[in-house]
Write a protein that binds this ligand. Structure first.
Ligand code: ZN
Length: 666
């Protein structure tokens, strides 16, 4: 039977076919190349103006710099939209030169900028409100009653072994009350708008868009899940061991029967690094007596020394020194007499004259030595792919960019290398010594991995609508309990919005790159160690001064994003997959130690996939938190609009990084 829809189907199909295949664009590749050349040099200029304005604002937060920053950002957006329309004169998907198609494809990706001006304004405004909640949150210090910010006060208190777990618990709750809890309605609005805007660019939702940066050749989420599944048994070894050390110290009553680790006692607001509980958990405390931070101070190191040490490592591989502009313009220390944004970051200014800079408020400590290497890795990437066309001036995928500096850090932190740079007198060639060393690396790098995974796992399901606003917080905690094996110190409900208490969620910064980079950096490290001719245990490898390692690294970095990352990875490592195998090999002796140690403890290797029930919290002797304040009214609530200059100033934070290669720390 021919129904009305059958009758309509044939002409509709014809229209669709004609629409799809009618050669409305030119396939003249010579003309396309000419167009691209002009576009490429204009794009460099436009990006440069926007980055300059962004930098000026970041290192000197004033109303004027804020206004200039918004203007430059809007100008860039307009330019990108105009050029994207112009591009449509070419049927670039059908070019025979696939490199040219790739250049056009990357230029075509302008994200949510495709949407109309009204939506842009609404989107900016909601992102501004989210960023403002986070950036202006202050919490009552339970000890003094003073209102204090996250940095440096609360971060320092969470890290301090001398601060009681009750104070830490109050800070943990207070930070979430004052940041995430106020954002829930705005976050819902942000998801709705962002999805609507990205649909105009042809993506089903923001999750699909974010994942597209990895050019997935199979289901991206399945690939990430497979990595996690492979790694999880090793994480469990660390989890059980750390639990066996912390339980007697803090007392069993704060540990739920589900075998989760209480989130507030791990030395970090998000339990994303456990490095600050090293003194409580070190396998052989008597075999590790050197305090590297003290040693740096004793030797008179300053921020410049730290950047020079990092530069020297790259230079020893033959990758070249930092440029004169880098040294002239980098901000290594907090600037006097101005407001500045101190979140460490690396900047590419898109000139062809070596203008790359780091902005960092360095303190002379071991963690900052790692951060310095991390940021310098971004700078080296910028330097090596400087000659690529602008659309290829990017990491092979976002995880690559995050992994470069961390790879160097793995070599620099080896005791052998610390001796070479004068921070250790000598190494002790004992099993205990190296188990301690690997354990310190594990508290930082392995403890992070489930956290690096779950932030975007949560956001993907939110963007896809699989998690509704009524389930935002319970879905978040399901992942925190199940994957990370941590539990909240007090009951949580849908009145809370705990994802919002982590910078990258209100800041709209994708996070899975850090998960990917924690595997990639061990793949890069192992490959570079092999090139350098290293023999012996992987964790002892320092490929310092190896030209062979340097050449291989240089080749990978200089390709930028001109090729699919699987090709780039294969060239360096011989595999096309992100793999946990080198990481597992690196930590092998530590895993053996943990396996044995766990046999002698009563701690089980697993924890419940479900969070502790509310009944556990009511039966525990811990008193209820005293810092939860009554709901407050604010001038920038979810329906409020900020006026004039304030809006301009605040929107900077929200816009920052949307279109530019400004790379942040995790
Ligand atoms: Zn980074």
């Amino acid at each position: 039977m021919r129904t009305l829809s059958n009758l309509l189907a044939v002409p509709l199909l014809l229209v669709l076919l004609l629409g799809c295949c009618h050669a409305s664009g030119s396939t003249n590749e010579t003309a396309a190349r000419q167009w691209f050349e002009q576009f490429n040099s204009d794009l460099a200029v436009q990006r440069n103006l926007a980055v300059e304005a962004g930098w000026n604002y970041a290192v000197n937060i004033t109303d004027e710099n804020s206004r200039k920053r918004v203007e430059a950002e809007l100008k860039l957006t307009e330019f990108l939209k105009l050029k994207r329309t112009e591009m449509q004169q070419f049927a670039w998907r059908n070019f025979t030169d696939k490199n040219l198609t790739r250049l056009f494809s990357k230029s075509d990706d302008i994200g949510t900028s495709v949407a109309n001006a009204t939506m842009q304004e609404l989107y900016s405004s909601v992102k501004t409100r989210l960023a403002t909640f986070y950036n202006t949150a202050k919490v009552k210090d339970p000890r003094s009653g003073e209102m204090v910010p996250l940095e440096p006060n609360i971060v320092a208190a969470m890290a301090d072994p001398d601060v009681s777990q009750l104070v830490k618990r109050d800070f943990w709750v207070g930070w979430r009350d004052e940041s995430g809890k106020k954002m829930k309605n705005d976050y819902e609005e942000f998801v709705r708008l962002g999805n609507a805007m990205i649909r105009e660019a042809g993506y089903a939702n923001l999750a699909e868009y974010w994942q597209s940066w990895y050019e997935p050749t199979s289901d991206f989420e399945q690939t990430m899940e497979k990595l996690w599944t492979e790694f999880k048994p090793y994480y469990s070894l660390l989890h059980a061991y750390v639990r066996s050390k912390l339980r007697p110290h803090f007392g069993s009553e704060i540990f739920p029967l589900t075998n989760h680790l209480p989130a507030h006692i791990l030395g970090n607001m998000w339990a994303q690094s456990w490095a600050n509980v090293d003194h409580l958990t070190m396998p052989y405390p008597e075999s590790w007596t050197v305090d590297i931070t003290k040693e740096m101070l004793r030797k008179g190191w300053n921020s410049t020394t730290m950047f020079r040490v990092s530069e020297e490592f790259f230079a020893s591989l033959g990758l070249g020194n930092m440029t004169d502009k880098f040294w002239a313009k980098t901000v290594m220390d907090r600037l006097p007499n101005v407001e500045m944004n101190c979140h460490a970051s690396a900047w590419d200014f898109y000139t062809n004259e070596g203008d790359f800079r780091v902005k960092q408020c360095t303190s002379v400590t071991l963690p900052y030595l790692a951060t310095t290497h991390h940021e310098m890795g971004h700078i080296q990437y910028f330097m090596q792919y400087e000659k690529q066309p602008v659309p290829f001036r990017d990491g092979a995928n976002p995880g690559f960019h995050e992994a470069v500096g961390d790879t160097i850090e793995l070599a620099v932190m080896t005791p052998e290398h610390l001796v070479k740079i004068g921070l250790l007198n000598s190494t002790i060639d004992s099993n205990e010594y190296y188990v301690n060393y690997m354990f310190l690396m594990a508290l930082k790098k392995l403890a992070f991995i489930p956290f690096g995974y779950l932030i975007d796992k949560w956001r993907w399901s939110v963007f896809k609508g699989e998690v509704t606003p009524q389930q935002y917080n319970s879905a978040w905690w399901k992942l925190r309990c199940d994957l990370q094996g941590i539990s909240s110190p007090v009951p949580r409900s849908e009145d809370d919005f705990d994802p919002g208490a982590k910078y990258h969620v209100p800041g709209n910064t994708p996070y899975i790159r850090y998960f990917v980079s924690h595997f990639l950096q061990f793949q890069f490290y192992e490959a570079l160690c092999n090139k350098s001719g290293h023999t012996g245990p992987l964790y002892k490898c320092d490929f310092y001064q190896s030209k062979e390692a340097g050449d291989a690294l240089k080749k990978m970095l200089s390709a930028g994003s001109s090729k699919h990352w699987e090709d780039t990875l294969e060239e360096l490592t011989g595999t096309r997959e992100v793999s946990a195998a080198p990481l597992i090999r690196y930590f092998g002796p530590l895993f053996d130690f943990l396996t044995e140690a766990n046999k002698n403890s009563s701690e089980p290797l697993t924890w419940s996939s479900e969070c502790p029930g509310d009944d556990w919290y009511t039966s525990t002797t811990a008193p209820p938190s005293t810092t939860a304040p009554p709901p407050q009214t604010t001038t920038s609530g979810s329906s409020g609009r900020l006026a004039g200059a304030t809006w301009l100033q605040l929107s900077m934070a929200a816009l920052l990084g949307a279109l530019l290669s400004t790379l942040l720390t995790r």
